[in-house]
Design a protein around this ligand. Structure first.
Ligand SMILES: NC(=O)c1ccc[n+]([C@@H]2O[C@H](COP(=O)([O-])OP(=O)(O)OC[C@H]3O[C@@H](n4cnc5c(N)ncnc54)[C@H](OP(=O)(O)O)[C@@H]3O)[C@@H](O)[C@H]2O)c1
Length: 314
């Protein structure tokens, strides 16, 4: 299979580059034309819709994976046009170009398409109603992709973390190094998900679909999430306790549960981000373990990098 991977230097994109390798030839792109290790790759700015189409027509892949997105949730409130171009128009352009060459598309979306008040995990067909500009741009991206090609998988994910990149786990670990106390919101619920689990599940789904043609009932929108749930406070407590036990922080600060109102942000966040992943299990046989095992896996990766003398992961 020929696979075109867009956004190979994000949290999920980095993991995809490795997870997809056994499936065929992977052509990776980043905005800079550089991969995280420094090697060169094809450069692609998703804001350039003409370039997006030209690249797809040039590569003629069997699958396109779009791991690139405008992910700065707060900045999206004032850069709405740019966020929409990257998160909404680009997936539409990717879908149209894919349809032109017979490619299939796997694209990532978010729990932020939902309004964020709930009492049971969100199902794929629950009504959407985003409460911030990022969520609106991602929802419009789903819509544009669906309209452009039926041969798509939209995987909605939430609370992504990894050993590298910008994420809550890394922020907590670095704050823990210098503070005696961490105050963390205890009123938003979700399931922290390792980028590596998302990449491996994505590769599994693609392997199962292979060269499926439009009309295959397995194409569509799915929630990809681990079992269980917690709050940011619960996640922070687990990070601190396990990082301290693994020697990744010198001393464990006290973690205090507070209202998220204590940390006003330009963009509102959903209070309920739990995704029901039943459909993914039924259609693709995929079920992720409890989120806490994912935390252990990522901390284990950070510890292994340190022990191997690799030092801090960027
Ligand atoms: N992180 C989460 O908690 C979360 C939650 C729900 C859904 N998601 C979705 O999951 C997907 C992957 O997220 P992630 O956490 O891996 O994101 P990430 O680590 O923030 O990476 C985003 C990637 O997109 C690239 N990008 C941004 N603007 C671009 C542009 N104009 N042209 C080309 N590349 C561009 C970035 O490249 P640069 O380095 O050049 O900026 C980066 O490689 C996204 O669709 C996101 O919406 C993430």
């Amino acid at each position: 299979m020929r696979i075109l991977l867009l956004g190979a230097d994000g949290q999920i994109g980095f993991e995809l580059d490795r997870a997809l390798a056994p499936l065929g030839r992977v052509v990776a792109t980043t905005r800079s034309g550089r991969l995280p290790g420094g090697a060169t790759c094809r450069a692609l700015d998703l804001a350039d819709l003409v370039a997006v189409r030209a690249l797809v027509l040039d590569e003629r892949p069997d699958w396109i994976l779009n791991a690139a997105a405008y992910t700065r949730v707060d900045d999206a409130e004032r850069e709405g046009d740019l966020a929409f171009r990257i998160n909404a128009d680009a997936p539409g352009a990717i879908g149209a170009a894919a349809a032109a060459v017979g490619a299939r598309v796997l694209h990532y979306s978010t729990d932020y398409v939902f309004a964020g008040r709930g009492d049971r995990p969100w199902r794929e067909n629950d009504p959407t109603d985003p409460i911030n500009a990022y969520g609106r741009s991602k929802l419009e991206g789903e819509t544009q992709l669906r309209a452009a090609t039926p041969a798509h998988l939209v995987l909605r994910v939430a609370w992504v973390h990894a050993a590298r990149g910008r994420n809550f786990l890394r922020t907590m670990r670095s704050l823990a190094a210098g503070r005696g106390e961490l105050r963390v919101g205890d009123d938003q619920v979700g399931a922290p998900t390792p980028a590596r689990w998302i990449a491996e599940a994505s590769a599994h789904a693609i392997a199962r679909l292979g060269l499926a043609v439009p009309g295959d009932p397995r194409f569509g929108t799915y929630h990809l999430a681990p079992a269980g749930s917690t709050t940011w406070y619960g996640f922070a407590r687990a990070i601190v306790a396990r990082a301290a036990a693994a020697g990744l922080i010198v001393r464990a600060p006290r973690v205090v549960a507070v209202s998220s109102d204590e940390f006003p942000t330009p963009a509102r966040r959903p209070a309920w981000s739990v995704l029901d992943a039943t459909a993914l299990r039924e259609v693709f046989g995929l079920a992720l373990p409890d989120w806490s095992y994912g935390l252990d896996a990522v901390l284990g990766e950070i510890a292994a990098a340190r022990e191997s003398g690799q030092g801090a992961i960027p």
